[in-house]
Design a protein around this ligand. Structure first.
Ligand code: ADP
Ligand code: TRP
Length: 338
C-alpha cells in the first residue's frame, strides 16, 4: 500500500466509449495515472448498468468491450487497479450498510434520479433510486479521497461525503472525506444537436466512438450541424473547433504533444469569415482518425485475446478484493454484525 492520495472512479459499460467520455473522463484518468502521484483505482460499473435496459448478452459483451477500450486508451494495469465492480462482492455488501444510514429524502434530491426517471419512465426501479448509495460504497470501500468525474456526478460525490459523515457519527470515525476532482473538462456537444451534450442515448449519428474507422468519422462529421441561427459563433462550429484543438496535437493519444497551428488557422478564418466548414470537417476527421489509430489497433488485439483480457481483470479484482475485505472486516465489527 502506498501513501499517495487514493483515487477511485468508474464508468458504466453501457456502450462503446465516445469522444465525450474520453475528453470528459478517460483522458483525465490516464493523465492522473501517468503523473505517478496517485494510487489509482478504476472499475467498470456493471452493477450500476443493471438499472438500465441492456439485455444479459448485451451487458456481458459490453463489459468486455469497455475493459478493452480502457486498456487500449492507456489505462495500464501495472499502474492502475482495474476491475469489474461485480467481481468484488463487497461493493454490494457495503451498499446495504450505507442504505441503513442514508435518509430517503437525500436520495429524492438527486438530479440524476429525477432525469433518469423521466428518461425511463416505465422502469423506475429501486436500483435507480439507490444508485448513489452504491456509488458511495464503490468509493469508500477503498477509502477513496479523490474522485475524478464530470460535473454531472458531483452531487453523487457530495452525497458520498455525507454518507461517510453519517456512518462516522453513528459508528465512529472511519471513512475519509471524499472530494470530486474536476478538471477543465470541455463538455463535448452532439454533432447533430449541438445544444445537447454528446451522449450515446441520443443515437449513433450524434457521437464519434473511439473505435470508429476514419471513413465513419468522416461521414459522421459531414452531417454535423454548423448552421448559425442569428449572429455569432454557432454552437456546432464552436464544438468542432474545440474538438480540433483537442485532437490536432500531432502523434495521437500517446504523444501528449500539442500543436495548435491548425486550430488557430481555423479560428482566425472563422473570425474573418473565410472559413470553409467542409475543410474544417475534413481536417478534424483526419485529426481524430489519426489520434485514435493506435487505440483501434490495441482494442482489436485485446478483443481477439479474451483469455488474456480475463486474466488482467481477474488480477485487478484480486488486488481490489484485498482492500475491500479489509474495509468490510472493520465495518462489520463497527456496526455490530461481527
Ligand atoms: P453517456 O451520456 O454517453 O451515456 P455517461 O453518462 O456514461 O455517457 O458518461 C460517462 C462519463 O463520461 C462521465 O464521467 C461523464 O461525465 C463523461 N461524459 C459523458 N458525455 C460527455 C460529454 N459529452 N462531454 C464531456 N464528458 C462526458
Ligand atoms: N455514476 C457514474 C457515471 O454514471 C459511474 C460510477 C459508478 C462512478 N460508481 C462510481 C464514478 C464511483 C465515480 C466513482 O458516470
Amino acid at each position: 500500500m502506498s501513501n499517495k492520495p487514493l483515487i477511485v472512479s468508474g464508468i458504466q459499460p453501457t456502450g462503446n466509449l465516445h469522444i465525450g467520455n474520453y475528453l470528459g473522463a478517460v483522458k483525465n484518468w490516464i493523465e492522473l495515472q501517468n503523473s505517478g502521484k496517485y494510487d489509482m483505482h478504476i472499475f467498470i460499473a456493471d452493477l450500476h448498468s443493471l438499472t438500465g435496459k441492456l439485455s444479459a448478452d448485451e451487458l456481458r459483451e459490453q463489459i468486455i468491450k469497455t475493459s478493452a477500450e480502457l486498456l487500449a486508451s492507456g489505462i495500464d494495469p501495472k499502474e492502475t487497479t482495474l476491475w469489474v465492480q461485480s467481481h468484488v462482492a463487497e461493493h454490494s455488501e457495503l451498499t446495504w450498510i450505507f442504505n441503513c444510514v442514508t435518509p430517503i429524502a437525500e436520495l429524492e434530491r438527486m438530479t440524476q434520479f429525477k432525469d433518469k426517471s423521466q428518461q425511463q419512465a416505465k422502469n423506475i426501479n429501486v436500483g435507480l433510486f439507490d444508485y448513489p448509495v452504491l456509488q458511495a460504497a464503490d468509493i469508500l470501500l477503498y477509502k477513496g479521497e479523490l474522485v475524478p468525474v464530470g460535473q454531472d456526478q458531483v452531487q453523487h460525490v457530495e452525497l458520498t461525503r455525507d454518507i461517510a459523515r453519517w456512518f462516522n457519527k453513528k459508528f465512529g470515525e472511519y471513512f475519509p472525506e471524499t472530494k470530486p476532482l474536476l478538471t477543465e473538462i470541455p463538455k463535448v456537444m452532439s454533432l447533430l444537436e449541438p445544444m445537447k451534450k454528446m451522449s450515446k442515448s441520443l443515437g449513433l449519428g450524434h457521437v464519434i466512438e473511439l473505435a470508429d474507422e476514419p471513413e465513419v468519422i468522416e461521414q459522421k462529421l459531414k452531417k454535423a450541424v454548423t448552421a448559425t441561427e442569428g449572429g455569432g459563433l454557432a454552437p456546432g462550429v464552436e464544438n468542432l473547433l474545440l474538438l480540433l484543438k483537442q485532437f490536432s496535437a500531432q502523434g495521437g493519444s500517446t504523444s501528449g504533444g500539442s500543436d495548435d497551428t491548425l486550430y488557430k488557422k481555423f479560428v482566425s478564418a472563422e473570425k474573418d469569415g473565410s472559413i470553409r466548414y467542409g475543410d474544417l470537417k475534413t481536417e478534424l476527421a483526419k485529426a481524430i482518425g489519426t489520434y485514435f489509430e493506435e487505440f483501434r489497433k490495441k482494442r482489436l488485439e485485446l478483443l481477439e485475446d479474451r483469455d488474456k483480457l480475463g486474466e488482467i481483470l481477474a488480477l485487478g479484482a484480486k488486488k481490489a478484493r484485498v482492500e475491500a475485505r479489509e474495509t468490510m472486516d472493520s465495518v462489520r465489527k463497527m456496526v455490530g454484525i461481527r
